[in-house]
Design a protein around this ligand. Structure first.
Ligand SMILES: [Ca+2]
Length: 384
């Protein structure tokens, strides 16, 4: 995946194994048990390595709204417990192995993806400008590059985001650049470009938000992004060994907003939703969480590493894992990425099957996409 910085990020292979001595050590860290590669044992979703300093500062400066922070409206209690994290069926990919035990403390989770109406409330209150709407400066870019780097004079700095389009049938294999278009002026307020708006889409999930935007929103709500382990645990909803949030029955138009037909060329739209569906259009999982499969991918706090689960090969149960301290995706080794979970309206069994509870995906934290949103979680106790 990409952002306006991608070409520059590709120069930055040094990011993959840097260490961040400043990162706070919160809760138990999987990487302390069986360090592999360049894990440092100081995992934190807030480590600055691989993040754009100015964007991170903006997230850190965001204050929780006192009223929002008191509200439990629309949140579901996720009872803590143990589970087996990772893939265990023929659709699972390499990065989902090995399956390993994890222990999760109880937490509260938004019952739906964050909607456009909810994100509008946040923007109205804070005047927040999302990554996809920001002009990026040459100074921001240079701050991330080795000293002495010279940028092209004609580097296009105008805001854009990535919008899906169905490519025409072709006699070859497709790759993501065949269906993602760079659209100037596309953003959460203009999902398919400047001519489109949110009229009638208030209850659809907000999209085109970056990881920074998701972090900022959750902070304003007095919440945070879920860890990848929390997200998978909640998605399983207490169903041991299920492949999907609803169990092991194959995906159907009754259960999730996904792609019917041949991806990416022919969407037959049997479920009535060509793109996004309003949240709660499909049944919740056993603990009351909606759209944990399909509709939009959801940002997690963790960095993505393809080999992270290898660190959990021991038989010891891992408590509240926070993910690795750095990112590595062999498909794009130079681009640091955060985890996204749950699949989107573009997933089907022939392509990504991202709606499986164990399925992992990743995206660079500054990327906005038409199929990516978030939901937040909050620490606390169950209401008595
Ligand atoms: Ca979802």
């Amino acid at each position: 995946m990409k952002h306006r910085l991608l070409a520059i990020l590709l120069l930055m292979s040094c990011w993959a194994c840097q260490e961040n001595k400043e990162a706070p050590a919160e809760r138990l860290d999987i990487t302390k048990m069986d360090p592999v590669h360049c894990y440092t044992g100081e995992a934190s979703p807030y480590t600055a390595v691989g993040l754009i300093p100015a964007y991170l500062q903006e997230v850190e400066a965001m204050k929780a709204d006192p009223v929002q922070a008191q509200s439990m409206s629309g949140m579901v209690w996720v009872e803590g417990g143990n589970y087996l994290m990772g893939g265990d069926n023929e659709q699972a990919r390499e990065d989902e192995y090995p399956e390993h035990p994890a222990t999760i403390d109880g937490f509260w989770m938004d019952e739906t993806e964050v909607t456009n109406a909810q994100f509008r409330e946040f923007v109205d209150a804070t005047k927040y400008i999302t990554t996809a709407e920001k002009e990026i400066t040459r100074e921001d870019i240079l701050a991330q590059l080795p000293e002495g780097t010279v940028l092209p004079e004609d580097l296009d700095l105008s805001p854009f985001s990535l919008v899906f389009h169905s490519p025409p049938p072709a006699d070859r294999a497709y790759s993501p650049q065949d269906w993602w278009s760079v659209v100037k002026g596309a953003s959460w307020q203009h999902p398919q470009g400047p001519e489109t708006d949110l009229t009638g889409r208030e209850d659809q999930p907000v999209v085109h938000i970056s990881w920074y935007d998701a972090m900022a929103y959750c902070k304003w709500k007095g919440k945070r992004l879920p860890t990848e382990a929390e997200w998978e645990y909640a998605s399983r909803g207490g169903k041991e060994g299920g492949i999907y949030p609803w169990g092991s029955e194959p995906v159907s138009t009754q259960m999730a907003n996904y792609w019917q037909g041949d991806f990416p060329t022919n969407h037959v739209v049997e479920d009535g939703f060509e793109r996004l569906a309003p949240v709660k259009s499909f049944p919740p999982n056993p603990i009351g969480l909606y759209d944990m499969a399909g509709n939009v991918w959801e940002w997690c706090a963790d960095w993505y590493r393809h080999d992270y689960y290898q660190a959990a090969k021991t038989t010891r149960t891992v408590q509240n894992p926070l993910g690795p301290t750095d990112s590595f995706d062999p498909m794009e080794p130079s681009v640091p990425k955060k985890v996204v979970r749950g699949g989107s309206f573009l997933c089907n069994d022939s392509y990504c099957s991202g709606y499986r509870v164990a399925a992992r995906m990743k995206s660079s934290p500054d990327t906005g996409l038409e199929h990516t949103g978030c939901r937040c979680v909050r620490d606390g106790k169950e209401k008595s």
